[in-house]
Design a protein around this ligand. Structure first.
Ligand code: HEM
Length: 415
């Protein structure tokens, strides 16, 4: 029986059980960097590598409309989000996010988040110990709200941060984590929808150039403003992933604990090394497992076929740990980013392709700017890491150090 006519057994359950390791494990057994399988009731073709990235991001090949399952929309992205659009509708909506690539805005965000961290540290010092993941999420929520011109909400920054984290934490599961994520999204869409209504009616002021002002004024490809719910969804598509940088902050602390010799260069603020460190955190640690779209037509890739409507899956975690690209992928080695320029479609923790034209994350510069600001502060701060469970289970999506990284004896940086 040839490979095309062999019935494919649905692999959704192994995927859920193995998490990040599932696709890389399948790839290891395959003759090339491509795997044919079946997930969520559909035939699927999984690929990796810079050329595969260009194939995946070509709209002639892969569409996003109807590709994202309802449980993911109802938690992570929001119904009607930019992630779900194709063609002109996507380009016009994406233009809303392109100002976020401007260096001046990125610096502004890093300053707000850095100031929120500096304000929070004395409070951490007064407590016996803090969970860094939780504290970082509050700092990030505070900073991004101030920067975007948004009030943090009556419930306060801590509760708002918990909702942002819940939306990310619960998208890939069933059960209580998922229900928490749905409730968090409903609450935050309601809050921000009300805010948009207030701005448009003139009751609430908004700086025209702020993210809030841009979203309230934006017109889609049909010339219409976003309805309140969609405006809230897109505001959340800025605030939620910025808060999610807490995952990378916890990973950065994990890396500094395991490799204390890296701390001095980071604390010194050497910009090239700091950038290399943040790239390595995003490459090495597991966050986005893979991305998926629907085949726009019958497709062939490296001799494998996928029918129109089948799933095309980009193996993000696998590519970021591909030996042929990185040599020693399971070593945490920031230096690799100082040794050679890394291609646009090689390092893809936030998607590949061109952020202006494709679905690549428009928040990559923001992520780097914020993570550089916080990783430097972390390296300069005094603390101890008590006995705790720092393991990072690969079968949990999204995963993080089990303890959230408990820090004790925090003392602000001297000077
Ligand atoms: C899209 C990851 C931070 C806003 C994406 C995609 C990934 C990603 C994997 C999908 C790319 C694709 O579908 O091809 C991350 C990670 C982040 C992060 C790991 C760090 C925690 C941010 C930030 C923002 C942001 C700070 C703030 C603006 C978005 C938006 C999209 C997106 C609006 C949809 C783009 C589109 O569909 O055209 N991100 N992101 N992300 N990200 Fe991020």
């Amino acid at each position: 029986m040839d490979v095309l006519s062999r019935p494919l057994i649905d692999r959704t359950l192994p995927l859920l059980a193995e998490g990040y390791a599932w696709l890389p494990n399948r790839m290891r057994d395959a003759p090339g960097p491509v795997v044919r399988t079946r997930i969520m009731g559909r035939p699927a073709l999984a690929l990796r590598g810079p050329e595969a990235v260009r194939f995946f991001y070509d709209e002639q090949n892969v569409h996003r409309h109807r590709a994202i399952p309802e449980p993911v929309l109802a938690t992570l992205f929001g119904h009607g989000a930019v992630h779900t659009l194709d063609g002109p509708a996507h380009r016009v909506r994406k233009s809303l996010f392109l100002p976020l690539l401007e260096p001046g805005r990125i610096t502004g965000l890093a300053e707000h988040v850095g100031a929120a961290w500096d304000d929070a540290v004395p409070g951490w010092a007064r407590r016996g110990s803090v969970v860094l993941f939780d504290e970082a999420s509050t700092v990030l929520t505070t900073g991004v709200h101030q920067w975007a011109g948004l009030p943090v909400g009556d419930a306060g920054a801590e509760a708002t941060a918990r909702d942002m984290i819940a939306m990310v934490d619960g998208f890939a599961t069933a059960g209580p984590r998922h229900l928490r994520a749905r409730r968090a999204r409903a609450r935050q869409e309601e809050r921000l929808g009300r805010l948009v209504r207030g701005v448009r009616s003139g009751e609430v002021p908004a700086e025209p150039d702020s993210v809030l002002g841009l979203v309230c004024r934006h017109r889609d490809a049909d010339g219409e403003p976003l309805d309140e719910k969609t405006a809230a969804v897109e505001l959340l598509n800025v605030v939620r992933p910025t808060t999610a940088v807490a995952w990378f902050v916890a990973f950065a602390a994990h890396a500094l604990h395991r490799r204390p010799e890296l701390r001095t260069r980071l604390a010194d603020g050497d910009p090239a090394f700091t950038a290399a460190f943040t790239h390595e955190v995003r490459r090495f640690y597991p966050f986005v497992p893979f991305l998926a779209g629907l085949a726009a037509r019958d497709l062939f890739w490296r001799g494998q076929w996928i029918p129109a409507g089948g799933l095309v899956v980009l193996d993000v975690y696998g590519q970021n740990h591909d030996e042929s690209l990185w040599g020693d992928p399971y070593a945490f080695r920031p230096q690799r980013f100082l040794e050679r320029p890394v291609g646009r479609d090689e390092l893809i923790p936030q998607g590949g392709g061109d952020p202006a034209a494709n679905h690549r994350c428009p928040g990559e510069g923001m992520t780097l700017g914020v993570l550089e600001a916080l990783a430097g502060r972390l390296a300069r701060m005094e603390y101890t890491v008590p006995e705790q469970n720092l393991s990072i289970p690969l079968n949990r999506v999204p995963t993080r150090p089990h303890s959230g990284v408990l820090l004790a004896g925090v003392r602000p940086a001297a000077g």
